[in-house]
Design a protein around this ligand. Structure first.
Ligand code: CU
Length: 488
């Protein structure tokens, strides 16, 4: 539905963009008889239509900086600074040789001054010095798009790293004079790293953490500014047989992206956004402040996961998105059977709303056992079910069962310790010996461990009292003491 709307609005805008708008300055018209066109700007993941122009034009771009609070993850919000109200900012599309009249507005509600440095500009600061704009003001500068390519733009107001970390970046495409080869689908995807005072997925409004940013210790690494911006209902789509072109940028401010689509090979990459084409690429490096254009044909239906192949960023900091390809199977290419959960974990779930509800209830002191169980069920699906299975039965001879497990239910403190610290070696569960490794799950916070264990101890025939975050905290603290003591 969202896509249909976008297509409709794009169609209208194409109609508008080919009409030659009346020049604003009669003097300029006599000096330069080129048409004046209002640029079509789109929000991610949409891309404006091709310019389809044989001649250069004067293109007027009007971009507004808006500072606004938006979700960064389920139950987590962040005060983003945006170009056009989105992260990344509006996509701008012009043609090589165009003269771009750039209007930068800074919304009156803004608290900070901002400016813009476009990497597609030839001139000091890329426009930064000419575009410094206080809240409630606007500025204007003009540049000629001399070089074709896909270019990052970003705010360059001090502290620059902070402005960029708050989401102030986007892409401008400068088409070659002959345009780009026609494709069926074009999408706009941009990676960025984010630094919050709270831990990953810690609920509530999270402020920016300058110290973490300086240390380059990202809390989140994201495509299009939010965890889940391009998954579930918001996944980008294509049909079997269609050619997909992704304009992939990296706003940084700090991290370099190893951009990869799991299960796809890029037929062509315009690496570093330049003119050369590299063919048959698995993973392409996108520097901070850089971009690439990747193109591939959709051949086999299913969910394709876009990741930064620095994989803990994908699976522990949010850097994943979905391209859903619909259509007929081709068993000669791939035998089939799709399981999203293999890669997606809890992001395959439609929503983690129950986790948010439980966290809020815990903070308010009203948390019920039922809320814990519901939250725990969602978290279990992403973290634990891979080995212990969705029905808690484990895998015979490999992973022990949790359903009616004497080991699990016998000593709850020990069980909390196993979740936090992991376990390896032999263990006997219900009379059967298992010898496998459980990795420590200490990335989970106390609330999450408590909710998962409340779910586990009250499912598949298990019955027990709720596990509290305080119980988990005690076990975690005891481990900390033990570590400190063993260090002496
Ligand atoms: Cu700024």
């Amino acid at each position: 539905m969202r896509f249909i709307k976008a297509v409709l609005s794009c169609t209208l805008l194409v109609g508008m963009s080919v009409a030659h708008a009346a020049p604003k300055d009669p003097g300029a018209q006599s000096a330069s008889p080129i048409p004046v066109i209002q640029a079509v700007l789109t929000s991610p993941p949409w891309v404006p239509p091709p310019t389809q122009r044989k001649q250069p034009a004067k293109v007027v771009v009007e971009l507004e900086v808006i500072e606004k609070e938006m979700p960064i993850s389920e139950g987590v919000s962040y005060t983003f600074w945006t170009f056009g109200g989105t992260v990344p900012g509006s996509f701008i599309r012009v043609r090589q040789g165009d003269t771009v009249e750039f209007h930068l507005k800074n919304h009156p509600s803004s608290k900070m001054p901002h400016n813009i440095d476009l990497h597609g500009v030839t001139g000091p600061g890329g426009g930064a010095a000419s575009s410094f704009t206080a809240p409630g003001h606007q500025s204007r500068f003009t540049f000629k798009a001399l070089n074709e390519g896909i270019y990052v733009y970003h705010c360059a107001t001090a502290p620059v790293g902070m402005h960029v970390a708050n989401g102030m970046y986007g892409l401008i495409l400068v088409e070659p004079p002959q345009g780009l080869p026609k494709v069926d689908k074009e999408y706009y995807v941009m990676q960025g790293d984010f630094y919050t005072t709270g831990k990953y997925r810690e609920k509530g409004l999270q402020p920016f953490d300058m110290e973490k940013a300086i240390d380059e210790k990202a809390t989140y690494v994201l495509f299009n500014g939010a965890e889940g911006a391009l998954t579930g209902e918001k996944a980008i789509t294509a049909k079997v047989g269609e050619t997909v072109r992704l304009y992939v940028g990296n706003g940084g401010p700090n991290l370099v992206s190893s951009f990869h689509v799991i299960g796809a090979i890029f037929d062509e990459v315009r690496y570093e956004g330049g003119t050369n084409v590299q063919k048959n690429v698995q993973t392409t490096l996108i520097p901070a402040g850089g971009a690439a254009v990747v193109t591939f044909k959709a051949k086999v239906p299913g969910s394709y996961v876009l990741v930064d192949h620095s994989l803990t960023r994908a699976f522990n900091k949010g850097a994943l998105a979905i391209l859903k390809i619909n259509g007929e199977e081709d068993k000669s290419i791939y035998s089939g059977k799709e399981v999203d959960e293999v890669y997606l974990g809890d992001r395959a779930q439609p929503s983690l709303a129950a986790v948010t509800t439980a966290t809020q209830a815990a903070a308010a002191g009203t948390l019920t056992k039922d809320e814990q169980i519901k939250a725990g069920q969602q978290l279990f699906a992403g973290t634990c079910s891979v080995c212990h299975q969705g029905n808690g039965a484990g895998l015979p001879g490999i992973f022990p069962p949790l359903a009616k497990s004497d080991f699990l239910l016998g000593d709850l403190r020990r069980t909390i310790g196993v979740v936090l610290n992991g376990m390896s070696g032999k263990v006997t569960v219900n009379g059967t010996e298992y010898n496998s490794v459980m990795p420590p799950m200490n990335q989970l916070n106390d609330d999450e461990v408590a909710n998962i264990l409340t779910y586990v101890t009250n499912s598949w025939g298990n019955t027990g009292n709720p596990v509290s975050a305080a119980d988990v905290k005690k076990v975690r603290a005891a481990k900390g003491v033990a570590k400190a003591e063993s260090a002496h």
